[in-house]
Design a protein around this ligand. Structure first.
Ligand code: XMP
Length: 326
């Protein structure tokens, strides 16, 4: 569709000046498209939806309603940051939905990776639709679609592109960053004043930590994924590797092994660490890291994360291993 082709004359956005020109142009286009009507946005806190939210807040202010669904599978501190940045700092209309119990109850006992993904995607749409039905007079649905999503060459897009909505919620779409590549979205986000850890965030799958809590998700193992991930991110940041290694995260498999702590035998989970570099996520190389740093991370995770007695480092390139474990 001609509508979905990046104009050939469009310059690559690489500088703050070019980002500002794009922002000015989009603000005018958004005001023109939306007029005095109301817009709805599913705001995950990822860079794409955050940039769309920031643009819309500047363009139409309180005509925008953002819905942030906490499905319990977000990284440590993420829901709090969405509230802080968008509600407290940008004064947006933000509906925060605590759907943690609802998602985790539905996922209880489900071990199959595709079944888990389906439940998370379906439940997300249901929760979002319930919120949308409570609102009056919505005319537009904003989405953080970016150009690789249209080209379908990028990583699988998350369910945050709320494509499966019921017919009566299929509003006209507002997609201000649909011709941008990821690096351009980041330049625009930086120019819009979004925090660095939001703008330079590593890719995060829609099903979130759910695909890193291998097999049937339990709350205690999920907490071990979340806490170990937070430690890993802290250490990568402290070593100047934030934004320099493409993706790094932890996984907690659903088996235990023996260990020893304070002279007592333990029977606990291992944490697996995966840190990779890639250009397009189709193939990936294992990131080469300092052994001292790795041992420090092992020490912190085994001492600070409840229920964990061992750390394994995944040295498998893609292929043969995918980046995620599920
Ligand atoms: P794999 O594991 O297939 O992942 O090597 C390639 C990239 O895609 C991300 N990924 C997902 N993103 N929904 C998403 O939005 C998903 O279900 C999903 N699965 C994998 C993964 O994090 C990596 O960056």
């Amino acid at each position: 569709m001609a509508d979905n082709k990046r104009p050939e004359t469009m310059q690559r956005i690489t500088t703050p000046e070019l980002a500002q020109a794009f922002i000015d142009e989009q603000l005018a286009a958004l005001r023109d498209q939306i007029g005095d009507k109301k817009v709805l946005l599913a705001l995950s806190g990822g860079v794409d939806s955050s940039v769309v939210a920031a643009l819309l807040i500047k363009a139409v202010g309180k005509q925008l309603t953002c819905v942030h669904v906490n499905h319990g599978l977000l990284r440590k501190g993420e829901p709090e940051q969405v509230i802080e940045v968008f509600r407290n700092q940008m004064d947006a209309n933000l509906i925060y939905v605590d759907a943690v119990d609802r998602f985790l109850d539905k996922l209880a006992g489900v071990a199959d990776p595709e079944a888990k993904r389906k439940i998370i995607g379906k439940e997300f749409i249901e929760v979002f639709a319930e919120e949308a039905y409570k609102l009056d007079g919505i005319s537009f649905l904003a989405q953080g679609t970016i150009y690789p999503d249209i080209l379908e060459s990028g990583p699988v897009k998350s369910h945050h592109n709320v494509g499966g909505l019921p017919e009566d919620l299929k509003f006209e779409l507002v997609e201000p960053v649909k011709f941008l590549y990821k690096d351009e979205v980041r330049v625009v986000g930086k120019q819009l004043g979004l925090p660095d850890n939001m703008v330079y965030r590593q890719p995060f799958p829609g099903p979130g930590l759910g695909v890193r809590c291998v097999g049937a998700i339990t709350r205690d193992r999920l907490e071990a994924v979340r806490e170990s991930d937070a430690i890993l991110r802290e250490e990568f940041k402290a070593n100047g590797l934030e934004g320099r290694v493409w993706q790094y995260f932890t996984i907690v498999p659903d088996f235990k092994s023996t260990g020893i702590s304070d002279g007592l035998r333990t029977y606990d989970w291992p944490v697996v660490i995966r840190a990779v570099n890639t250009v397009d996520a189709v193939t990936a190389d294992v990131a080469e890291l300092s052994f001292n740093m790795m041992m420090h991370i092992v020490d912190r995770i085994t001492h600070e994360v409840k229920g964990v007695n061992r750390v394994l480092w995944d040295l498998t390139p893609k292929p043969t291993g995918t980046i995620e474990w599920e």
